[in-house]
Structure formats: C-alpha cells, structure tokens
Design a protein around this ligand. Structure first.
Ligand SMILES: *Cc1c(COP(=O)(O)O)cnc(C)c1O
Length: 394
C-alpha cells in the first residue's frame, strides 16, 4: 500500500533534502559545542551558528543579527517574550492585549501571568478571523505593556493586519509581539516594516527540523529588554541558557533561505491548487463552507465545514489515503470544540463538522479532492444527539 498523502502542513512539515544536507556535518564531524570556541570543533560550530544568525536575520528584514535568539521553538520563544517582558517590567498589574484566536503557547503563558496579577484584554475577531486594529487602539491603557497578535492563524489561515497593529503599538510606545509560526518562511516578512518588537517562529513549520526556533527581539534604536526564563550557562546573551542545537539552527537557516527564495512561486502554485481542490469538493458536496478570509489567507490553508459529516469519523475513514486534521492538531488532547472556530461564529456542531487541510510541497495534484469526496459520501451521518464523537480528535 502506498503512503498516504500528507495534508497537515499547519501541524508540521518534513525536512527537505537540501536542509538535511546542510545539517549533516554538524551532527557528524563538526559536532562541537559553540560555547567552546577555543578549539577547532567548537570554533566551527560557533561560526556556523553565527552565519545562521546572519542569514535568518537577513531573511526577516532585520539589520542586526544579534536580534535573533535561538530557542527550541515557538512555544519557548513565546514564553520568553511574554514572561520575560513581564518580569522585566516589574509591574505586577501590567496590561496585555491579545486576541481570542491565539495559539495555546500565547494563551497559556498569558493566563499564567494573569494568575500573577497581570491584566489581559482579549480582543475579538470578525467572521473571517481578523482583528480590527481599532479594537487594539481602544483597548490601550496607560499600563499596557504589550500587544500580542499572531501573524497568521494555524486553523483557518487568516493573516492579521500586522502593519496597522505595529504602527498603533509604536505610536503608543507599547511592545508588539507576534507569534509568526505559520507565517515565517511562507510569506514576505519585514520585521521593521511591521514594527515588531518581538516575533517568534519554529523551523519545522517551513521544512526545517523540529525542536528549533527563534525569538526576534529588537535591539535598536532602543532595545526591548527581557528577563530570562531559563537560567544556566549564559548562552544567547544570558537570555536563553542551554547548549545550542547547532545542526537544527543551521537547518533552520537553510530552510528559511529556501522558503524565502521560493515563496512567491510556491504560493502561486498552492493558491491555484487550493482553488481547484475547493471547486471539486463543492461539486461533490454543494453544502460545504469555507472558513477564514478570502483575501487575507495563507495559500496552503483550506478550512472546511461539511454539513452532516463528523470530521473525526472522516479522518479515520480516509486514514490510509490522506493525513489531515480536524480543527487544530495542536489542541488534540482536548475534546472541546476549537476556540478559533467558535470565535468566528461556528456552533459547536459546526466545529465537529470542520476539517483543516494544509497543502505543501508534497501535494502536487487536486485529486486529493476526489479522495475526500469519496470519504464524504461514505462518512457516517453526523448526529449531534449521539453520545460523544467518534474520535475526539481536537
Ligand atoms: C505550531 C505553532 C506553535 C508552536 O510551535 P512549537 O514548534 O510546537 O513550539 C505556536 N504558534 C502557532 C501559531 C503555531 O502554528
């Protein structure tokens, strides 16, 4: 039996061959510790890390490589940005503004800070999943420390008005943080243009390895100051102690360079493919609805509500042919309906009838739509009265 087609690129992607090739020396003969640059092996590792830092900075429109801090991923980087800024501010009742559709790695640290006394305003989104910058403007208070708004959503693909939000924050002298895990490596990004102070991402979302990511932290003209969350050997300017993942960092830099070079062409391809897939599915299932935004959307995202179809049952039914997810894979431990889908106005029942397709490099033809159409025709009818859902895939 052939391997199923992978349609879950919002959850993760696979390391691409050129990326793996660039990493291998640092897992083999060049496997030194960059914190010991006195000898040959440590020096080579340090040079590789610093070259990667320059390359990553350049891809983000960031003029100073020291603005890039390497972490093990977006979750860690978000925690460092949010908790680190709060600790540095030393104002227990500091105020944060965030949105109702953030990833758990922003929501949960903010809830933790609330338990320490911080205040959080959660701004709503419209039916396309977009934040209205005016809502951020009106939520500002004298004690507002930071605005944290994701660049693009991991469930419905909606891209936020980053430039407008950045301008509001800069004018108000409030920090602007963006979780850009779905955006970096896929869309054109210039951290200076959007006036971000803090921005986070993970290599594995753009064909790099898992377990490595970064925090962009502006250091000029006036540095954004953070307190470390992890203490130890003092790596990364004492902001993130722990031996650096050299091979992972090199792989991330390669993946980001390739992603940046190829994104225009790849996005054109993915957009055409998504349009073809949706058109075929609509023929097979006239009642289905597309979630998210038509204009401000990641080209690889297709979020669909299919009336009458239990999404978990559909995943199980098609599991030998395609891999895709319901709502959000990141919260799959929780059987509750997705907070993102609810925020854009879906009922609980509609949430259970929603699937997320994440297109990517390995998806070459629209015939995945025919596989899905087969499944939709064969799927058990969704019944809200049934006692529990088949798979609890959320
Ligand atoms: C994947 C993702 C994360 C978490 O990334 P990790 O690599 O698991 O730390 C955070 N935010 C968004 C929007 C994501 O898509």
């Amino acid at each position: 039996m052939s391997v199923p087609i992978y349609l879950d690129s919002h959850a993760t992607t696979f390391v691409e061959p050129r990326v793996l090739e660039s990493m291998l020396p640092f897992l083999r003969e060049q496997g030194g510790n960059p914190s010991n640059p006195e000898h040959h092996h440590g020096g080579a590792a340090r040079d590789a890390v610093e070259q990667s830092r320059q390359s990553v900075a350049a891809c983000l429109g960031c003029s100073s490589p020291e603005d890039i801090l390497f972490t093990c991923g977006t979750t860690e980087a978000n925690n460092l940005a949010l908790i680190g800024a709060y600790l540095q501010a030393a104002a227990p009742e500091a105020h944060f503004i965030s949105s109702v559709i953030e990833h758990a790695s922003v929501q949960a640290p903010l809830e933790y800070l609330q338990s320490l006394g911080a205040r959080v305003t959660w701004v709503p989104v419209d039916s396309e999943g977009r934040v209205n910058p005016a809502d951020i403007q009106s939520a500002l208070r004298p004690e507002t420390l930071m605005v944290s708004i994701m660049a693009a959503n991991n469930e419905i693909g909606t891209i936020q008005p980053l430039e407008e939000i950045g301008a509001i924050c800069r004018a108000a002298k409030v920090l602007f943080h963006s979780d850009a895990a779905q955006f970096v490596g896929h869309e054109v990004l210039d951290v200076e243009k959007i006036q971000a102070d803090l921005l986070t991402f993970s290599a594995h979302k753009f064909y790099g390895p898992k377990g490595v990511g970064a925090l962009y932290r502006r250091t000029t003209p006036e540095a954004v100051r953070l307190r470390p969350v992890m203490h130890g050997g003092g790596q990364e300017g004492s902001l993130r102690s722990g031996t650096l993942n050299v091979a992972g960092i090199v792989g991330m830099a390669t993946a980001l360079r390739i992603g940046t070079e190829e994104l225009a062409e790849e996005n054109r391809r993915l957009m055409a493919l998504a349009t073809a897939i949706v058109a075929r599915l609509k023929q097979a299932c006239p009642g289905l609805r597309l979630n998210g935004s038509t204009r401000h959307k990641l080209s690889r995202n297709i979020s669909l509500t299919i009336p009458g179809v239990d999404s978990s049952a559909l995943i199980q039914l098609l599991k030998d042919r395609i891999s895709f997810s319901a709502g959000s894979a990141c919260s799959s431990a929780k059987p509750e309906p997705s907070h993102v889908l609810r925020a854009i106005g879906l009922s609980d029942e509609e949430c259970y009838q929603t699937i997320r397709l994440g297109l990517g490099r390995g998806v070459l033809a629209a015939d995945v739509a025919d596989i899905l159409a087969d499944g939709i025709a064969a799927a058990p009818i969704f019944s809200p009265s049934r006692n529990g859902w088949s798979g609890a895939m959320y």
